[in-house]
Design a protein around this ligand. Structure first.
Ligand SMILES: C[C@H](CCC(=O)NCCS(=O)(=O)O)[C@H]1CC[C@H]2[C@@H]3CC[C@@H]4C[C@H](O)CC[C@]4(C)[C@H]3C[C@H](O)[C@]12C
Length: 315
């Protein structure tokens, strides 16, 4: 499971929890401008914008999980098992394998609006990165300071959904989450009132009872609602420190503690890392399951016109 969030104070923030039973060997990875990506069938593309995010680097290629570019456009991939159906190569389309979608979009777009145009011409193909790295079934959240979009490549085509809530989890498809959240309209951060009898017969015995009914479990439908409630009610000061701190608290509302989600064979799903990126400043903050100190890597402190990927192993 995973949860992605976009959040605004004075600046704009984007990040995610990566929930899984094992790590793939990832590092904070900076791709400089004009980096060459090789695609199947001898195709290739060169990026225009530098980017920073969490990636597994294979054969010199960054395979991003979540990433932001120097223009403040951010994107994250979340598992979408059984619903993602990638396409065969198509004549007259930009054939982009699922593993290359993030750098394809962030390498050349400044905004969600620009990305939308690229996506009209794209076929997200089922070509694997390698024999060992087969395509993961994913859907994606894409955001800039102004907009948020969900991208789902399914059997019936490519779907783009405006996402004013600015949250994404896993299955089912986004329209389910958009409907499901409407069941929670009565949940409030305000003190509970006796709507039950309508005559002040009953009174709350605790603070927080206005939130009664907010789902507490780890299913993706529940994480979507809980992350949305916490994010939409979130109050923090405008500064960088307060905003980043608050952002990690939003993600903390949907984090996974080892033991609570059993997968069989002695395996448990946990929040492997949580990330938060300042879109304006290009700073990538993260913490891991066993290191709760926040580590930051700054895009603009690196040479973005270099040739090589820059990788920071996780602290
Ligand atoms: C497992 C993670 C999602 C966690 C998640 O969402 N868990 C919900 C489970 S549930 O939905 O609740 O059941 C996802 C998120 C990003 C993925 C990598 C993306 C690049 C690359 C793409 C290649 O094609 C295959 C290898 C590759 C390294 C990928 C491995 C793996 O797939 C990663 C880490």
């Amino acid at each position: 499971m995973c949860t992605a969030v976009s959040y605004h104070t004075k600046d704009h923030y984007f990040g995610r929890n990566l929930d899984f039973e094992c790590s793939y060997g990832e590092s904070v990875t900076i791709t400089p401008r004009r980096f060459l990506f090789s695609l199947p069938e001898g195709a290739e593309f060169r990026t225009k914008y530098a980017m920073i995010g969490m990636a597994h680097v294979a054969e010199g290629t960054p395979l991003y999980y979540d990433v932001v570019n120097e223009k403040g456009l951010a994107m994250a991939g979340l598992l979408f098992a059984g619903n993602a159906v990638y396409q065969k190569r198509q004549e007259g389309k930009d054939n982009i394998p699922s593993w290359a979608l993030l750098p394809w979009i962030l390498g050349q777009c400044e905004t969600v609006a620009e990305a939308r145009e690229l996506l009209e011409r794209i076929a997200v193909t089922d070509e694997p990165f390698s024999e060992a790295l087969q395509p993961s079934p994913m859907h994606w959240m894409l955001a800039d300071a102004a907009q948020c979009l969900v991208i789902e490549q399914m059997a019936d085509g490519l779907h783009l959904y405006d996402n004013p809530i600015g949250v994404l989890a896993n299955n089912p498809p986004f329209p389910f989450h958009r409907e499901n959240i409407r069941q929670y309209l009565n949940v409030t951060a305000d003190p509970a009132q006796d709507r039950f009898s309508g005559q002040e017969l009953l009174s709350p015995f605790s603070r927080g009872m206005g939130g009664f009914g907010l789902p507490g479990d780890l299913s993706s439908a529940s994480r979507f609602v809980r992350a949305a409630f916490v994010k939409l009610n979130s109050r923090s000061a405008e500064g960088e420190k307060e905003s980043v701190s608050q952002f990690f608290h939003i993600l903390g509302a949907v984090e996974q503690q080892r033991g609570c989600c059993y997968l069989g064979e002695g395996k448990y799903e946990i929040t492997i890392y949580s990330s938060c990126c300042n879109l304006e400043k290009g700073i990538y903050y993260y913490k891991t399951y066993d290191n709760h100190s926040i580590t930051a890597v700054e895009l603009h402190k690196e040479n973005l016109d270099g040739e090589e990927l820059i990788c920071y192993p996780l602290a």
